[in-house]
Design a protein around this ligand. Structure first.
Ligand SMILES: [Zn+2]
Length: 83
């Protein structure tokens, strides 16, 4: 199980091509989110449990650490009453 800290700070390397995949702001059809992507192979994972409506909001959340890890959210499912 990954710890909270390693999830947030972790820069991984792509298992396919070895490129670094720093945590960054990404966008999908659902909105802006915090995750990692390989610039060659594509999106790797989504870290934030939610999406934001703008890049600015997502950047602010990342800078402040004001977001729930997706893994953490799953672990705590049923324990967290509100968003
Ligand atoms: Zn890659």
């Amino acid at each position: 199980m990954m710890s909270h800290a390693s999830y947030r700070q972790g820069s991984r390397n792509c298992p396919d091509c070895g490129r670094a995949m720093p945590v960054q702001i990404l966008v999908s059809g659902a909105g802006w989110y915090i995750g990692r992507t390989c610039e060659r192979c594509g999106p790797w994972d989504r870290i934030s449990s939610r999406y934001w409506g703008s890049r600015r909001e997502a950047e602010a959340a990342l800078a402040e650490g004001d977001f729930d890890d997706r893994a953490n959210a799953v672990e705590n499912e049923g324990l967290i009453g509100d968003d």
